[in-house]
Design a protein around this ligand. Structure first.
Ligand code: HPA
Length: 279
């Protein structure tokens, strides 16, 4: 048996958050590796460290602050996850879904999920932003789906549709915001692998052959849980390193964090632009 979530787990965690913040968020934001400083733009913030929320998967990874920030961004009430946890840290998939379940309980209708990703598409460069138009759920195909276990019928269906994980209207909004902010927004398919080891050149050539544009170690479980709960999802990757399809370059976490410094200002502009269009 696995570590499956119950409604009581979700309510207990949500109540703890509600004790610490009166805010009723409309939009949830998950900030990936090296991208957390966007949370510093939140106005009138309430801070809640993950460790203080019962059952919350806590991340020890460098580049992930590990707290919830509730406040306003572009006049929208938002709940921001400054850092996230990953499968490679040892959590079961359903546990990784708790944060999204809690954010839904708090009232979000839209989730903006970001990540740092490696380029698989050879046209992509470090520092590029990529709009997720779809994902390849390789881990899910292999049995690691966050919805595995008893279905929480009051939250969503046993067999949720995934024909449009990344909401088409929100994609259009992001394209429009990128145009206005003069950001070259790439588009593509994201694939989540378990990590923590980076891909071999053979892994990358395989992913390229099956239509993947960017690869990372997150986002897909969160997006699935969000869709299960009827939340509209916008996904954005920050490309932090180049596709190493021929094995001539190395990949490091330092490189990923360094790219974050270039990506954060762009990502901040894009997300602010999207939020303005939502109000
Ligand atoms: N592979 C997997 N995950 C990543 C990468 C990568 O190259 N870069 C940032 N996250």
């Amino acid at each position: 048996m696995g570590d499956f979530l119950t409604i009581q787990d979700i309510e207990k965690a949500a109540q703890q958050v509600q004790k610490r913040s009166k805010l009723k968020p409309q939009v949830g934001l998950i900030l990936g590796s090296g991208l957390g400083s966007l949370a510093e733009s939140v106005e009138n913030p309430d801070y809640i460290p993950y460790a203080e929320v019962p059952g919350w998967p806590v991340s020890g990874v460098q580049g992930h602050v590990g707290r919830l920030v509730l406040g306003e961004l572009e006049s929208q009430p938002v709940v921001v996850m400054q850092g996230r946890s990953h499968y490679y840290e040892g959590y079961d998939m359903p546990r990784l879904g708790l944060p999204v379940r809690v954010m839904r309980h708090l009232g979000i209708e839209i989730l903006i999920v970001t990540n740092a990703a490696g380029a698989v598409n050879p046209d992509f460069e470090p520092g590029d932003l990529m709009l997720l138009v779809d994902h390849l759920n390789l881990l899910g195909m292999a049995g690691q789906n966050p919805l595995r276990g008893p279905n929480l019928d009051s939250l969503g269906p046993r067999f949720p549709d995934m024909s449009q994980v990344y909401d088409r209207k929100l994609q259009s909004t992001a394209r429009l915001a990128a145009e206005e902010e003069k950001i070259n927004l790439r588009e593509g398919v994201y694939c989540c692998l378990a990590g923590p080891s980076f891909e071999t050149p053979a892994d990358l050539r395989f992913l390229r052959n099956v239509g993947v544009d960017a690869v990372g170690m997150s986002t897909v479980p969160e997006a699935i849980v969000a869709r299960h709960g009827g939340i509209r999802v916008l996904g954005i990757s920050g490309i932090s390193n180049k596709a190493n399809l021929d094995g001539t370059t190395e990949t490091s976490h330092e490189e990923v964090l360094e790219a974050g410094r270039v990506l954060v200002p762009k990502l901040t502009k894009l997300i602010r632009g999207v939020l303005r269009k939502l109000s």
